[in-house]
Design a protein around this ligand. Sequence first.
Ligand code: SF4
Ligand code: SF4
Length: 422
Amino acid sequence: MSATIEKGINSFKEVIDAPIASFFSSCVHCGLCAEACLFYTETGDAQYTPIHKLEPLRRVWQQEYTLLGKVGKALGLSKPVTDAELAEWEPLVYDSCTLCGRCAMVCPVGNDMTYMIRKMREGMAASGHAPEDLVAATTRAITIGSPMGIKWPAVLAQIKHVQAETGIAVPVEREGADYLVLMSSMEIINFPEYLSALSRIFKQAGVSWTLAQDAFEATNSGIQIGASDLAREIVSRIVVAAERLKVKCVISPECGHAFTALRWEGPNLMGRPFSFEVKHILEVLDELHTAGKLRTKGKDQRPLTYHDPCQIARRGGVIEQPRRLLNEIAEDFREMPDAGVMNWCCGGGGGVSANSRAEPLRLQSFKYKKGQIEATGTQTLITACANCRIVMEEGLEHYHMKVEVIGLTELLAEYLVEEEKT
Ligand code: SF4
Ligand code: SF4
């Protein structure tokens, strides 16, 4: 057995915990999870059945941890997992799963395939079977501090631009602020309007906030590639900065998996509770709205629809907040079919959009989202994840659809009651 496959199998053995063992042993092979996964529905290819993507992990569980499996392995009746097999499985584990969690919602025995794929990626990464692009992004996140290689001077340039545009000072390294604001690489590079919108909203609401020079990046490539040690290092930078600045809350930006990484996985990765809260920006905006601190004027007359990012809605529970905010500023808000907890993924989460090899499959799978948008008859699509936004913009362009995609924070800022100039 080669050193790499030994490492991979040992890593598989390590990640097989009680939930994984119970999920494999309770699967009734009904196939219902297939119909919940857009990679299956849009291709009709059985290899994209969620539970099938985990087959090497299942074999290791069976051969190492069940009596029948051990006997079968000893008698040569079941083949050991090989390096070549892991190489063959790599696209199934990384290119055709966005960790969206939809399949878990329909499984009659409650198997959480997202948890299982996350765990399986640990073994794949350990054995050298992770996509090149994700390896490069994770390396940049560790060595530079951002998966897209963004350094503080780039953020500073954006801050200066926002200050010049809005006349509002963007606070940096302000100890004792209530909120530490994070951004995703996508926002820094593609959507500078997010920081501008946030500055205007927080100015109106009188929010005390800050950015941190060494912890501005929310994106966690360690979670996407399946390397808990790296995920922990990325989370710990934020924790150290939040504790140094003594903030009460860290705001996860319009990014889906960053919220999962910090809010749900963060304390487990660190092995201790945080001394601060973690909220998604939509939760904060909704609280400000409820408290009467976010005052808007007028309504958008365009028919609008909203795409629920999987990690924020289904896996994060932030479903009512965007609707309350949208109802405040939208005259004609239309839900897409399956909106909310059962919404369909944009197709690019979980590291899929950062993996160029996956692009043809991602665009093919975008057909489901295309159909959902078309069903609403709208040409304006609102969302709250910069990654979803860029993935949907690419999908819309690919299918020649004239639909504009806007971040909800940015849209809200357009309808703020203007501050009196002092
Ligand atoms: S988590 Fe989402 S993308 Fe992954 S297998 Fe399940 S339904 Fe498919
Ligand atoms: S839906 Fe659940 S029980 Fe059915 S095949 Fe998928 S994982 Fe197994």
